[in-house]
Design a binder for this molecule. Structure first.
Ligand SMILES: Nc1ncnc2c1ncn2[C@@H]1O[C@H](COP(=O)(O)OP(=O)(O)OP(=O)(O)O)[C@@H](O)[C@H]1O
Length: 437
């Protein structure tokens, strides 16, 4: 008995062991190990953050465009952009960026936009987008914003030619720096244009936002052959260099730029100020639509937005003028007026003409209705277009200015109509006409 009792006492006092080691010792070793691992992870995360912040500063001080990275989620931007991870274009409030061009027309290379960390260029300047220019960069490139470098002046400010030391040229739009409105427009414009690349749209290369000097500037690609208004209404002599074919090339290029804004982007962009001075031209007469200062992004679910009317007299659609209701159909109307201007060489509103001819749309409609279509052609066009081509262009004009905005064609359809040799003479179109006789 005493033996068995002694045996049981021995087993109850033996310390627990794992692989022959004392259990408490094992627990202690594991705890120290876990603690060390946690410490290492913590140190790794801290070091990573410091080096990332340093990398961002270096990129911005050199003015280059930082690449989009996965670190994006920690960076705040001022607006809503298409998230690069989602080509269908969900809107994200923080984070950037880039546009996957959905249109075939889009040129490549818009995969380099990213963001600035808010500490890099000052909080209010941290637009989180594109290439940032310092005021000094732009002062040097424009020779101190000299009159010699001034290209022109518009409603938003003065435009200067900028020649950079690497040989590149840009157009710098120095926005009127009254705070509030100008800053608001600046942000709208940067957000709207920044992500868009298309051969028929003037590309935004970057911006300058210097709070200390209250300066806001946009830096665009430089387009070297003036604007359409100058070529249509400027002093070009009795014969315009803009032949019928060149005019149609400009019209189709403009339509392609607008179609990309309306149909190739998500959310779509309505230009809101389609007019001849906003169509820039290169030496090969390629059209480049400029000035998205009035553009607003429309959400995909939104068919229109209400806003104050900001277009240009003569081009603004009746429904936009009267209600402020805006959607891409308003741009189509303005495009119709622009096409009339291209065909006729007349301004949308011209008080120097006789009363019945002051308003281009009314005069044009009257002329076409009374079968005097050939008479509307700009007398400065030396060689008249073939009757079919003329009829095609006239018909597009009329369809674009339909008072019922829902009946106006989409910009994509307009391109097809202007390009199609057989429009409006397709067999089915003819047989429909014959049937209705
Ligand atoms: N990217 C550019 N390249 C070359 N010239 C340009 C560029 N952007 C604008 N310009 C020229 O600068 C001048 C002013 O242009 P801006 O867009 O500011 O005004 P606008 O279009 O004439 O008027 P608004 O501001 O009412 O639209 C115009 O002559 C225009 O052709």
């Amino acid at each position: 008995m005493s033996d068995s009792g002694g045996g049981s006492h021995k087993s109850s006092t033996t310390k627990p062991s794992v692989f022959g080691l004392n259990l408490y010792l094992v627990i202690a070793i594991c705890s120290v190990f876990i603690l060390l691992i946690s410490l290492l992870i913590f140190l790794f995360v801290c070091l990573n953050r410091v080096s990332r912040a340093r990398r961002m500063r270096v990129k911005h001080s050199s003015g280059s465009i930082p690449l989009v990275s996965k670190e994006i989620s920690e960076i705040k931007t001022v607006g809503k952009f298409i998230n690069s991870d989602d080509s269908k274009g969900k809107i994200g409030n923080e984070v950037v960026v880039v546009v996957s061009a959905t249109s075939k027309e889009a040129t490549s290379g818009f995969d380099t936009l990213s963001v600035a960390s808010s500490g890099d260029v000052g909080t209010s300047e941290a637009m989180g987008w594109g290439k940032w220019y310092s005021l000094k960069d732009l002062e040097i490139a424009t020779r101190g914003f000299s009159d010699d470098n001034m290209i022109g002046e518009g409603g938003y400010g003065v435009v200067y030619r900028a020649d950079f030391s690497d040989g590149s040229v840009a157009a710098v739009k120095n926005l009127l720096n009254n705070k509030g409105q100008a800053e608001k427009e600046f942000k709208v414009e940067v957000e709207a244009i920044g992500k868009v690349r298309h051969k028929n749209l003037v590309g935004l290369m970057g911006y300058c936002a210097d709070s200390a000097q209250s300066q806001r500037m946009l830096v665009y690609e430089y387009i070297d052959n003036g604007n359409l208004e100058q070529w249509l209404h400027g002093d070009v002599g009795p014969v315009s260099p803009l032949t019928w074919d060149i005019r149609m090339k400009i019209a189709i290029g403009t339509a392609k730029g607008l179609a990309y804004l309306h149909e190739g982007l998500e959310p779509k962009v309505v230009h809101r100020d389609v007019k001849s001075s906003n169509i820039l031209l290169d030496k090969k007469w390629n059209a480049k639509v400029s000035d998205f200062g009035l553009a607003k992004l429309l959400g995909s679910e939104t068919s229109y937005v209400t806003t104050r009317v900001m277009g240009t007299f003569g081009y603004v659609s009746p429904e936009y003028a009267s209600t402020g209701m805006l959607n891409e159909c308003s741009d189509v109307y303005s495009f119709g007026v622009l096409l009339m201007e291209i065909i006729t060489g007349r301004s949308p509103v011209d008080y120097s003409r006789p009363p019945g001819e002051m308003n281009l749309v009314d005069w044009f409609k009257g002329m076409v209705a009374s079968r005097r279509g050939e008479e509307v052609i700009d007398p400065k066009i030396k060689t008249s277009p073939p009757p079919r081509a003329l009829k095609r262009a006239l018909l597009v004009c009329l369809r674009c200015i339909d008072l019922d905005s829902s009946k106006r064609p989409k910009m994509g359809q307009i391109i097809h109509m202007l390009e199609a040799e057989d429009f409006p003479f397709r067999p089915e179109h003819r047989s429909n006409q014959e049937r209705s006789k």
